[in-house]
Design a protein around this ligand. Structure first.
Ligand code: TYM
Length: 420
């Protein structure tokens, strides 16, 4: 078994890990099986209703439609919130490419909603070190991509007064705190804080080589950077990794929105947390925004024809949807009118389920298309409109993100009003 095969290989079935997502025999990802295998919980309607009640906001479309479908201890986060206890959000991105695809936007759009609804701080990790090691990028190129990706993330609308974005290369080794004992330039003392790194070492000491091989499938051929990386992704789950934000708040809970491919990192983290005196991080996990070709895997940044990017033009979107989006419609109009579309395999319907906000319109399209009264071309046309509007809105927001704004989000600083 190699690091790429991960946990799925043992059953020779579907493979879902941070590096590979593929269904069994070209079928669909079986999310129920994944819940059983990973040992997470299904996100029940009662929890979604509770979010509605506690935040007095309508649940996000990704909650209503079951895009976020699994969790770990989300109920405990809500219990704590109801008691008046606070928590923080943690999510991230591995900057492996210049442009994000629409699948990458899913957790960030959802995290923005969570931040607004619960009024909580957020830390966003850019794992430029991870991509440097896995994608064989140079350190400099990984750092450049991290800053480029930060612009796309900021364009999702995060609140700079509640959000800290950091790149591993810049932050993990510690940061300098300048303490002025007398007004400068008379006497200043320099203190290097590296609690993030201290936590990584604490985590490393709790995880055996056998354990990390069991979770991630590393082999003797993998370099040691890969073996030590999981602690880097685990450390932000503990509040003491951010002393400028959460000093003295070691009891603060952490919640992580992500797609379910990241679960292995946090199974390991949750195992370690109580031994280090922290709460286990809670998770809320989504299914994958699928490739244009079908639900056998996730949209992949390395296959341009499988994905719609936030940089695609209206023309690109139209071409990709018309040419590649797998259709559940019948192969002749006559048959289609008679039998209707197979919505289970239809990618345009799946995509509309993510990004068409209007529940009534989606229901109408599903009914008409499923009964054969609507044709594939009409559904694709509506999808092209929805995606073009989304990508255009993102492009405008990204164009407004300046280098100064990136610096502001990435500055190591206290966030005085982060809980209000
Ligand atoms: P990365 O860059 O592969 O993905 C960034 C985020 O997007 C999610 N994602 C998707 N969601 C829906 N549909 C898809 N097709 C799709 N593809 C990717 C990922 O689950 C992730 O949430 N190692 C991480 C970076 C990271 C991180 C974290 C992610 C560091 N700390 C904490 C989540 C939470 C990575 O390479 O993500």
């Amino acid at each position: 078994m190699s690091a790429k095969d991960g946990e799925g290989e043992a059953e020779a079935e579907q493979v879902v890990n941070p590096w590979e997502v593929s269904a069994k025999d070209g079928g669909k990802i079986d999310y129920d099986k994944l819940i059983d295998k990973f040992g997470c919980q299904r996100l029940e309607k009662s929890l979604i209703d509770r979010v509605h009640r506690l935040t007095s906001r309508p649940p996000h479309v990704f909650l209503r439609r079951g895009v976020f479908f699994a969790h770990r201890d989300f109920n405990e986060i809500l219990d704590a919130y109801e008691r008046g206890d606070k928590f923080y959000l943690y999510t991230g991105r591995g900057p492996s490419s210049e442009a994000l695809h629409l699948g990458h936007l899913v957790p960030f759009m959802f995290t923005k909603y969570l931040q607004d609804a619960f009024k909580v701080p957020l830390v966003i990790q850019l794992t430029d070190d991870e991509k440097c090691m896995w994608k064989n990028l140079s350190v400099e190129e990984s750092k450049r991509l991290a800053r480029e990706n930060a612009k796309d993330i900021i364009a999702c609308g995060f609140d700079v007064s509640k959000t800290f974005i950091f790149s591993d290369f810049n932050y993990v080794g510690g940061y300098v705190l300048l303490i002025c004992i007398f007004p400068p330039p008379k006497l200043a003392s320099i203190l290097i804080l590296s609690t993030f790194y201290e936590n990584m070492v604490r985590i490393d000491k709790c995880v055996t080589y056998n354990k990390v091989v069991g979770i991630f499938g590393f082999t003797g051929e993998d370099h040691i950077g890969k073996i030590s990386f999981p602690a880097v992704q685990a450390a932000p789950s503990f509040p003491s990794s951010f002393p400028h934000l959460f000093s003295g708040k070691n009891d603060l809970r952490c919640m992580i929105p992500c797609a379910i491919d990241q679960d292995p990192y946090f199974r390991m983290t949750r195992d370690v947390a109580p031994r280090l005196g922290y709460h286990k991080p809670a998770l809320i996990e989504s299914s994958f925004f699928p490739a244009l070709q079908g639900e056998t895997g996730k949209m992949s940044a390395s296959d341009p024809n499988s994905a719609i990017y936030v940089t695609d033009s209206g023309k690109d979107i139209k071409n990709k949807v018309n040419k590649y989006a797998f259709s559940g419609g019948q192969d002749s109009v006559e048959k289609h009118r008679k039998y209707g579309a197979n919505l289970e395999v239809d990618i345009p319907i799946k995509y509309l389920g993510f990004f068409l906000e209007d529940d009534a319109e989606l229901e109408h399209i599903r009914r008409e298309y499923g009964a054969g009264r609507m044709l594939t071309g009409e559904v694709k046309k509506r999808l092209i409109e929805v995606l073009t509007e989304l990508v255009e809105r993102h492009r405008r927001a990204r164009a407004a993100v300046t280098d100064e704004m990136v610096d502001a989000f990435m500055a190591v600083r206290p966030l005085p009003n982060m809980f209000s």
